[in-house]
Ligand binder design. Structure first.
Ligand code: HSE
Length: 308
């Protein structure tokens, strides 16, 4: 029996207000860990799943981590390879922090490292997406790409992704209220059509936000971190959302919106002090509503998935 390797794939904030399905960035924590090792018998198996409270399947065709790993193994012609996987689920489901994406990234990345595959990290995206689609019902990369590659990522298509520069000092605050919002459901409620004026405002904001990142222009970033398409449709799924947003904005954050499909709420700040003050203010709102919550504050994680 080989000794095996362990990898980590981080949580992510997707959409970033105005970039529905096209923008996302990685956090330092939480994240998922996966251990893989060779075994003597043929084929991939999930040996153990820790931290998932029995909610994740052991069937390798139904688990996002193993589906992503299998897809990569098929591509490499190594489908028969004897590999056992242990999943250490270290982040909540339905949190809006890319939980299924982190598992899919960790699954494929772990096998890639174990087999010393010649592919680049970026080449792994199509296989990881095979895992992500199982959980979210849609082939979008705004969680998987930043979890894999780190940084602030623009996804022009699911597999054509670009790393954007971000200004020094940029901090993010994320509050996860313990309310479950399933991505599939939060996508199903979205209207298929949007008013033209909203589409124009959204395009202007995403273009402005990217320009702001390139020029380290905090004023421009601040005026562009506003979502005209999705936020108002999903806000009713998160009790207290507008109060939390108001509390964060009062502390001077550059912007605040729903992380991914929710219920987590993120804010972006120009420094760590504002990020911390915003965190306290955001948590206070949920505490007053008697909604349990967790706080994560960090710079943007520029590494993405790593070997531990
Ligand atoms: N962009 C996606 C959404 C992220 O908001 O539905 C969740 O997977």
């Amino acid at each position: 029996m080989s000794s095996g390797i362990k990898v980590f794939a981080p949580a992510t904030v997707s959409n970033v207000a105005c970039g529905f399905d096209v923008l996302g960035y990685a956090l330092h924590k939480p994240g998922d860990e996966i251990t893989v090792r060779f075994k003597d018998t043929k084929g991939l198996v999930i040996k153990e799943i820790r931290g998932a409270k029995g909610k994740l399947p052991y069937d390798i065709h139904k688990n996002t981590a193993s589906v992503a790993a299998l897809s990569l193994l098929k591509h490499l012609g190594e489908e028969e390879r004897g590999i056992e996987m242990t999943i250490h689920k270290k982040m909540p489901f339905g949190s809006g922090l890319g939980s299924s994406a982190a598992s899919a990234v960790a699954g494929a990345f772990a096998v890639h490292k174990l087999l010393k595959s010649p592919l680049s990290k970026r080449d792994l995206l199509p296989f990881i997406l095979d895992g992500e689609v199982l959980a979210s019902g849609s082939r979008h990369s705004d969680n998987v790409a930043p979890s894999l590659l780190g940084g602030m990522i623009l996804c022009r298509t699911a597999t054509e992704v670009y790393r954007l520069p971000t200004p020094k000092g940029l901090y993010t605050t994320v509050v996860y209220p313990h309310i479950e919002v399933l991505t599939k459901e939060a996508r199903a409620i979205l209207k298929p059509e949007v008013p033209l004026k909203n589409a124009i405002a959204q395009s202007a904001n995403i273009a402005g936000l990217i320009t702001g990142f390139y020029n380290s222009d905090f004023d421009l970033i601040k005026s562009c971190l506003e979502d005209h398409l999705i936020e108002h449709q999903r806000a009713p799924l998160i009790k207290g959302f507008y109060k939390v947003k108001e509390a964060a904005l009062k502390e001077g954050v550059l912007g605040c919106s729903i992380s991914g499909a929710g219920p987590s709420i993120f804010a972006i700040s120009a420094n760590s002090l504002i990020a911390e003050n915003a965190g306290v203010a955001m948590q206070r709102v949920f505490n007053d509503l008697k909604i349990e919550n967790d706080l994560f504050i960090s710079e943007i994680n520029s590494e993405g998935a790593i070997l531990l």
